[in-house]
Write a protein that binds this ligand. Sequence first.
Ligand SMILES: [Zn+2]
Length: 291
Amino acid sequence: MTSNAPVMLGMTLPDVDVWSERVTVALGQNPSVFSGPGTNTYLIGTGPQRLLVDPGQGMPAYISVLEQAMERCGCEGFQEIVLTHGHPDHIGGVRQVLKRFGDLKISKKPWPGVDEAYDLELTPIDDGSVIKTEGATLRALHTPGHAPDHLCFMIEEERSLISGDNVLGVGTTVIPAETGDLTQYMASLERLRRENPSCIYPAHGPKIEDGMAKLDEYIAHRHERERQIVAVLEDGAAHPMDIVKIVYASYPEALHPAASQSVTQHLMKLERDGRTRRDGKDPILASWSLS
Ligand SMILES: [Zn+2]
């Protein structure tokens, strides 16, 4: 799930592309305001059996695109499915892939209370888990913030990063007001930076050639937003929606509800930092001030 819809909507990517000798991408066929050109689903490895990372949302058109991708890169089948996190545009396509290719191991970090809805047999993985296939070694990094179960994966052979929804090829990551956590998200970005990735393969949008530059841009963007929100609070704005109308004045109003989630996340992070307080329990409806 992403924001900056005007940018996202204008973007198209080929259905199938080869981004490195061990990374082929097949588009999930689920374009939308929130997923841009759709979910990037990745065939990873160099052998006949590959890893399939994030098989998309379950769109019927996806299976033939996946088959084109397999043919393009010489993949005959899948060793296992690996998931970055449990949002529907990532896990929702698992079932149709199993239906087409038979039972496969499905590895993800558990998200209790959410995973159950998909009724899949999941193999738990976590920070530090290593998944090997011919030509590629994935190392899992627990990187919460966008979602509590979120894993990114370093591809050790090329020191590249599969970033899931933590870093995107276009737009910025949504930190959902209820299940997200901006403090954790910022820590996750710093963690990814310490891995010093070469390029980044995001879950939405094109390949990011300079991974470190993008991480720096993401971190700077959040710091700038925080500074803007503090300035607006200094001027007396109090409700997240009022702050949105000022900070996101140049964005279409249809995006303001999504932006209010982001603003609320900033206010809650500032609260944890001891810099804001709220009058009211629900953070979106509360009245906020600097403390
Ligand atoms: Zn997501």
